[in-house]
Design a protein around this ligand. Structure first.
Ligand code: NAD
Ligand code: GLY
Length: 362
């Protein structure tokens, strides 16, 4: 175990810490501080439970702990899944003062957070994210929810966790493809507002792919710092928080057009980052050399920069009109004036989008 790094998400009375480091979730002192002696339910899934649930229960010691194991996968991120959590809480007489622990990736985290938001009008939960994507993005910021057959994340609530324990030791069992998908979100933070971090990622991509602990801890810390700053400025996404959706408009189009089957969320966001860069270039806002750097870094970490040939431009166009970022008939895009200089705009040249769609989709 190393000394954890601590970042605070500053939201007044709802502020909370993100602890980052090897072994942070196995440290009984952290649980004593943030969970006290409350009755606990660990919500996890069939993949993560056999890997980490016993160890976590051991760390929790004598406390009364219920284990709720959900089926694995995005297709199970539904109201039915949340109902299963709530049924277990009712059956085991959980009250508003008890506490949920989300042990898993973004799917488990989003569902557990939503169950915590709803159960008895709101109870506390702690996030123990086990994927890189969840450690740098979904566990922080309080967006919780589930999918609806009509669209992704259509049902949800803002509900902040009491703490986030981002334990880098848990990433050792992560399939390499999931690690790469998480790196897309890490690259996103450099592109949003930190050119120096982007350059650091270019220099340390190999160490991250090899799960080198110091490199991982640095990448997670800087990503969480950036997310925490943006969330503290704009918790409910009335303005700046939309920057966190860089790459997501194109990414959602890829996911929707492929039926959420063949692309992981992070993989789609990775390609979406390249597309946002190309659109910024076509709009005259970004230099081609920056686009090349972005595409090179995506390729270096094993991600794609284009959706061709699986998704054609017509399918992407159709999917984008359904995107929740449509405002008064005009899509808002997150574009860039250079690496580390993202901005939100509804005022973009239509030909820049058209050129991007034609070139980046099959
Ligand atoms: P995921 O939760 O489906 O996890 C990916 C896979 O890895 C799953 O099969 C999971 O069981 C497995 N897994 C998890 N941890 C593991 C480990 N340590 N070792 C081995 N296998 C492990 O996917 P994800 O990428 O973590 O999250 C994606 C979800 O997060 C999407 O539903 C997306 O909408 C959501 N999301 C939410 C936010 C937010 O702000 N709330 C932000 C980004 C993404
Ligand atoms: N992942 C986008 C957000 O948290 O706002």
């Amino acid at each position: 175990m190393t000394t954890p790094q601590k970042i605070d998400v500053a939201l007044g009375a709802r502020s909370y810490p993100i602890l980052i480091g090897d072994g942070v979730a196995r440290n009984a002192a952290h649980w004593a501080e943030w969970a006290g002696t409350r009755k606990l339910a660990i919500v996890t899934n069939t993949v993560v439970a056999p890997l980490y649930a016993d160890a976590l229960e051991q760390t929790l010691g004598d406390r009364q702990v219920l284990r709720i194991v959900l089926p694995d996968g995005e297709v199970h991120k539904t109201l039915d899944g949340v109902a299963r959590i709530i049924d277990a809480l009712v059956a085991n007489r959980f009250g508003r003062d008890d506490l949920l622990i989300a042990l898993g990736g973004g799917v488990v985290g989003d569902m557990t957070g939503f169950a915590a938001a709803c159960y008895q009008r709101g109870m506390d939960f702690i996030q123990v994210p086990t994927t890189l994507l969840a450690q740098v993005d979904s566990s922080v910021g309080g967006k919780t929810g589930v999918n609806h057959p009509g669209g992704k994340n259509l049902i949800g609530a803002f509900h902040q966790p009491r703490a986030v324990f981002a334990d880098t030791a848990l990433l050792r069992t992560l399939p390499p493809r999931e690690l790469r998908a998480g790196l897309a979100e890490v690259i996103k933070y450099g592109l949003i507002c930190d050119a120096e971090f982007f350059a650091w990622l270019e220099a340390h991509a190999d160490e991250l792919l090899a799960l080198q602990p110091a490199a991982l801890a640095h990448a997670i810390r800087r990503s969480c710092e950036i997310k925490a700053e943006i969330v503290a400025r704009d918790e409910h996404e009335r303005g700046d928080r939309a920057l966190l959706n860089l790459g997501h408009t194109f990414g959602h189009a890829i996911e929707t057009a492929t039926g959420y089957a063949s692309w992981l969320h992070g993989e789609a966001v990775g390609a979406g980052l390249a597309m946002a860069a190309r659109m910024s270039m076509h709009a005259g806002w970004m230099a081609e050399a920056d686009v090349t750097r972005i595409e090179r870094l995506l390729h270096a970490v094993g991600l794609r920069a284009s959706a061709a040939p699986e998704v054609d431009a017509a399918a992407a166009r159709a999917a984008m009109n359904l995107d929740k970022k449509v405002q008064r008939g005009r899509l808002r895009f997150i574009l860039m004036r250079g690496i580390g200089r993202a901005f939100v705009t509804a005022d973009w040249p239509p030909e820049a989008l058209e050129r991007t769609l034609v070139a980046q989709f099959g």
